[in-house]
Write a protein that binds this ligand. Structure first.
Ligand SMILES: [Zn+2]
Length: 354
C-alpha cells in the first residue's frame, strides 16, 4: 500500500508540475504590477517591444509564476511598426461622420466615470456606474440587455438594430470596471468606455445595415469575467457566428506620440493591416501591430472565432499611473482618444458597407 501511494504521488507531481524544456520561450500575459514583481526575478527577457514581452525561465522557477506566462512559438508572435497605404477612395460619408467626433464629450464622460469612488466590479459604485451607462444607452434609443456573470456584477449589451442585415453584428466593446483605486481608472478604462459612448452618440442616426452592438463589459480586471461570460453565451447559442467584427478598446487616453497599437492573433493579422489603412485614411494616427493577443476583453472573442482586434495606446509609452490612484482624467490626451473613436467608427462603417 505504502509503495503504491509513493508511486502515485510521484506520478501526480510529474503531471501537475509542468516541466518545460530549456529554451522554451514564453509570452508575458499579465501586466499587473503585482504579477510583474512576482515573476521578474525568475525570467530572462528575450525580447520586449510594445505589448510583446518574450522571456525564458531561469532554473528553479516557482510553478505559480506560470499562470502569467504563455509558452509560445516565437514565429507565431511579433510586434512591428506598420503604415498601410490610404484607401484610394475615402468615403465622404465616413469622413462626414468622423468629423463629428467631439473630444470634449469624451472628456466629460471620463470625468463622469472617474467621479465614482471605486468602479471595482460588484461594488455599490460599480452598480451605480452600470445604471448610469444603461441610462445613456437608453437615451440614445438603443436596445439594452444586462448580462450578469454573478449577482450585482453585470455587463451591458446595447444594440442599434440593422436595417437590412440585422442578424449580422458589428461589435464595439470596452470595460468600465476598474481595479478600485479612489476616483481613478481614467485611462483604464474610463477612456475606452467614453469612446464607446461617443461612437454610439455620433452614429445614433446613421443608417447601418448590420446591427451595431455596444458592449460595456464588467469584471475585466478580475479576469475578463464579463467578456468570457458573454462570449460563452454567444458560443452556446450559436450566435457567435453572427458577429462579423469585434473591436476592443482598453486604455486609449494616455499618449503623446500619436501611435495606436493594434493587437490580435496571427489568424487576424490582415484585419490589423486593414485597420492601419483606415487609420491612414480617416485619422492622424500611426500604427504598430502586435500579434499575440493577451490581457483584455478581445481574447474571449478571438478564441470564439470572431475577427477581433484590440486598439490600445502605444504600450511602450503607456500611462505611468497604470492601476494606480494617479490614473486621473487630468492625465489624458482627449484629442488622441478622439482619433481612436474616429478609427473604430470608420472600421464599423466600412465593414458595414461590405
Ligand atoms: Zn483595462
Amino acid at each position: 500500500m505504502f509503495k503504491l501511494s509513493v508511486v502515485s504521488i510521484f506520478l501526480f507531481l510529474c503531471f501537475s508540475l509542468k516541466a518545460y524544456s530549456q529554451g522554451q520561450i514564453f509570452q508575458v500575459i499579465s501586466s499587473h504590477p503585482h504579477d510583474v514583481k512576482e515573476f521578474s526575478p525568475f525570467v530572462k527577457t528575450v525580447r520586449q517591444e510594445g505589448r510583446l514581452w518574450l522571456v525564458e525561465l531561469k532554473p528553479n522557477y516557482p510553478q505559480h509564476i506560470l499562470k502569467n506566462l504563455r509558452p509560445v512559438n516565437p514565429a507565431e508572435v511579433r510586434h512591428y511598426q506598420f503604415a498601410n497605404e490610404k484607401f484610394s477612395i475615402a468615403s465622404s460619408t465616413i469622413q462626414d461622420y468622423v468629423a463629428r467626433v467631439d473630444a470634449h464629450s469624451i472628456k466629460e464622460d471620463v470625468e463622469m466615470l472617474a467621479n465614482f469612488k471605486s468602479r471595482q466590479a460588484g461594488s455599490a459604485d460599480n452598480q451605480k456606474a452600470t445604471a448610469k451607462l444603461k441610462e445613456i444607452f437608453v437615451s440614445l434609443g438603443l436596445e439594452v440587455k444586462e448580462f450578469c456573470y454573478r449577482a450585482g456584477a453585470c455587463s451591458l449589451v446595447a444594440d442599434k438594430k440593422g436595417e437590412s442585415k440585422s442578424d449580422e453584428v458589428i461589435m464595439l466593446l470596452g470595460h468600465f470596471d476598474s481595479v478600485g483605486k479612489n476616483f481613478a481608472g481614467a485611462d483604464d478604462n474610463a477612456s475606452g468606455t467614453a469612446v464607446l459612448l461617443e461612437v454610439a452618440r455620433v452614429l445614433k442616426d446613421y443608417g447601418n445595415k448590420r446591427t451595431f452592438r455596444y458592449f460595456a463589459t464588467n469584471g475585466e480586471e478580475n479576469g475578463l469575467l464579463g467578456a468570457e461570460h458573454y462570449a460563452r453565451q454567444l458560443i452556446n447559442s450559436g450566435e457567435i457566428k453572427k458577429v462579423v467584427l469585434a473591436i476592443n478598446m482598453d486604455m486609449v487616453g494616455y499618449n503623446s506620440n500619436g501611435i495606436v497599437e493594434l493587437e490580435t492573433d496571427s489568424k487576424y493579422e490582415d484585419l490589423a493591416k486593414w485597420f492601419s489603412s483606415l487609420a491612414s485614411s480617416y485619422t492622424s494616427l500611426k500604427t504598430k501591430i502586435t500579434i499575440g493577443a493577451w490581457g483584455s476583453d478581445h481574447v474571449p472573442f478571438i478564441n470564439g472565432g470572431v475577427p477581433t482586434l484590440l486598439t490600445i495606446e502605444d504600450w511602450s509609452t503607456k500611462t505611468p499611473c497604470y492601476h494606480m490612484e494617479c490614473d486621473k482624467p487630468s492625465t489624458l490626451n482627449y484629442n488622441y482618444a478622439a482619433q481612436i473613436a474616429k478609427l473604430n467608427m470608420a472600421a464599423m462603417m466600412t465593414r458595414d458597407d461590405q
